[in-house]
Design a protein around this ligand. Structure first.
Ligand SMILES: [Ca+2]
Ligand SMILES: [Ca+2]
Ligand SMILES: [Ca+2]
Length: 361
């Protein structure tokens, strides 16, 4: 796993969304909330609330993390904040309410053997909660109960299994803790929403006999486990790119994989049943992230910022745009990152990334 911003740019790093809402979606949520239902709202990283993702970049300045956000309507910097330190893991998400992204980080506190999740409230006050221990895999940006508010999770190897500790709606008065075992050593951890209503915990790896690739996801944390064995075995071997979710037009997620050969980055998109719908090769390597940046193409796009360019690939139209680069390292609302000094938002390990002796879940 990659541990600095420089490496993040050098290698493929991705991140995606959470659940924010367009004005329409906000209205819908309001209506449905009143009716007592919950909605898995979408449009990640939408600070200005126009229903399109904003470009957000983070840079390291001395020991500080500097955040810059370019509003999708104004095209101007609307956030210019220092929050967090260079060894924090970035966790941008809707921590307090649906459709309102909040700057956040996770800090490793070795003295107390704790991971401290820190978020910046609207009045600039900082709230903190502890979840996990140094060395755990941070899983940020999911919404497992589908209420539009971010849920936090950490994953740890226990024997040959993976143990998930989940804190639903961590920074609200409804915070709830759940623990469960799901997945095995060698699996890649992620989450996605197969039904568009809430995120499911998911693991991707080889079957126990090592013969096939296997996607497993568990509905509603404690619910039914679905196993899909139609993905290419290659994706589950070697450096094992971490799967990432991309929201499609109907609100359900597709599953992406990004790999690079040191020169080009290849993104492959699959349906949940393992059918490949898209693939694109982009010139260069860099930071991969996901959001709904292009209004003309339904659902989310996959973006790659290289040293020279920003590519935004429309899954829906199979088209490529190259808007102005994001200043700093682009971040989105999904972040799965190893702690212990890991700085970056997420990581899609790539063909050129050094495989670690101990596989990262
Ligand atoms: Ca926006
Ligand atoms: Ca939630
Ligand atoms: Ca779009």
């Amino acid at each position: 796993m990659v541990c600095t911003f420089a490496l993040a740019q050098r290698y493929g790093i991705f991140h995606r969304r959470m659940k924010i809402s367009s004005l329409k979606m906000a209205m819908l949520i309001l209506c449905l909330t009143i009716m007592g239902s919950t909605v898995h709202a979408e449009t990640q990283n939408d600070f200005d609330g126009d229903g399109r993702s904003d470009y957000t970049g983070v840079t390291v300045s001395g020991n500080d993390l500097l955040w810059q956000n370019t509003g999708s309507t104004s095209g101007q910097h609307e956030i210019d904040d220092a929050f967090g330190i260079s060894t924090d893991v970035v966790t941008l998400a809707d921590w307090f309410s649906a459709g309102a992204p909040t700057l956040g980080t996770v800090r490793t506190n070795l003295t107390d053997n704790a991971l401290v999740w820190r978020v910046q409230e609207a009045d600039q006050r900082i709230s903190t909660e502890n979840l996990g221990k140094p060395g755990d895999l941070i899983v940020s940006g999911a919404d497992f109960d589908g209420n539009g508010i971010a849920d936090a999770a950490v994953v740890r190897q226990v024997g040959k299994k993976l143990r998930w500790s989940i804190r639903l709606n961590m920074f609200t008065s409804e915070a709830t803790t759940k623990q469960l075992k799901f997945g095995k050593v060698g699996d890649r951890v992620f989450f996605f929403s197969p039904d568009g209503e809430h995120d499911d915990i998911a693991v991707f790896g080889l079957t126990s006999n090592g013969k096939r690739a296997q996607l497993q996801y568990r509905d509603g944390l404690g619910g039914k486990v679905t196993k899909i064995r139609k993905f290419s075995k290659k994706l589950a071997q070697g450096t094992r790119p971490r799967p990432f979710p991309i929201q499609s037009e109907d609100g359900t997620d597709l599953i992406g994989f990004a790999t690079d050969d040191g020169i080009d980055t290849t993104v492959q998109i699959f349906t949940v049943d393992g059918t490949r719908t898209n693939h694109v090769t982009l010139n260069g390597t860099g930071t991969l992230f996901v959001g709904d940046y292009l209004p003309d193409s339904a659902g989310e796009e996959v973006a790659l910022q290289t040293a020279s360019k920003l590519f935004v690939y429309s899954v829906d139209n199979d088209e490529l745009e190259t808007p102005t680069k994001v200043s700093g390292t682009p971040v989105d609302q999904i972040n799965i990152a190893q702690t212990m000094g890991a700085v970056v938002p997420t990581a899609v390990p790539t063909a050129t990334a050094t495989p670690t002796a101990t596989p990262t879940p």
